[in-house]
Design a protein around this ligand. Structure first.
Ligand code: ADE
Length: 245
């Protein structure tokens, strides 16, 4: 059975959206993965199919009701379904490349998208739902975050990404940002591509790329560098622009 994604949302029209195109879209057509949407509104209450209510304790916005979300999850998750259930929220733990790899190795994911101020915490606790954020900024709903998570996972599924090597070398694969890329023309508007890359010396090119990845990670992502350096004891290396020439 192929990898299966389900999305619970008030806006099923947002899916597959960009995931219907390019790499993910072709994989979807081939059946390498599947995507099912469930409209939370179908489980709304009363004549207006209400899914939300005012927050206990006061405050701005509306909160999605636990009974409505629970009913939608019961419908979306048949008994014995072993997929991870993930609620996209800025309150969640930050999504990493390692998470994407772990989700890709499982049977699929069930993604819960909130709107308004969020979802009543009790249904998240009761069902042991993972809470995941895609970054420290607030979106108007979980849907774009669900698309981001799915994109990061689907490209890792067997057969989806053309070159296996590019997956091993890309950013975060070993705790570093990826090295910078260059192509023709060798001289563009007076800017020369790094000479080393034209040398044909594969060992020297690999060493150049490693140094570039380390320098860029150190300059741009001190948080990643700190973790990497404490693993590899490179913390005394000076920042250098030498690799650029
Ligand atoms: N919903 C709103 N903002 C979000 C974020 N940063 N990550 C995941 N889900 C969200």
């Amino acid at each position: 059975m192929s990898w299966r994604a389900a999305v619970l949302t008030l806006f099923p029209e947002m899916f597959p959206g960009p995931l219907g195109l390019s790499l993910a879209g072709r994989a979807l057509e081939r059946g390498d993965w599947s995507l099912q949407t469930h409209n939370l509104r179908d489980h709304g209450l009363g004549r207006h199919r209400a899914v939300d209510d005012t927050p206990f304790g006061g405050g701005a916005g509306l909160v999605m009701r636990p009974d409505v979300v629970d009913a939608a999850l019961s419908q979306a998750l048949p008994p014995g379904d072993r997929r991870a259930v993930i609620y996209l929220t800025p309150r969640g733990r930050r999504l990493t490349q390692a998470d994407a790899g772990r989700y890709a190795e499982g049977e699929g994911v069930v993604l819960l998208c909130g709107r308004y101020e969020g979802i009543d915490e009790r249904v998240l606790d009761a069902r042991g739902i993972e809470q995941v954020s895609i970054g420290d900024y607030v979106l108007s709903g979980g849907e774009p975050a669900a698309l981001v998570l799915l994109d990061s996972v689907v490209r890792l599924l067997p057969g989806v990404m053309g070159s296996e090597r590019s997956g091993l070398e890309e950013s975060f694969a070993d705790g570093l940002l990826e090295y910078p890329h260059y192509t023709k023309p060798a001289d563009w508007q007076g800017r020369a591509a790094p000479e080393m890359l034209l040398s044909g010396n594969h060992a020297a090119i690999a060493a150049w790329r490693r140094a570039a990845a380390e320098a860029d990670t150190r300059a741009r992502r001190p948080d990643l560098w700190e973790q990497y350096a404490s693993r590899t004891r490179f913390s005394a290396l000076p920042i250098t622009a030498a690799h650029r020439n």
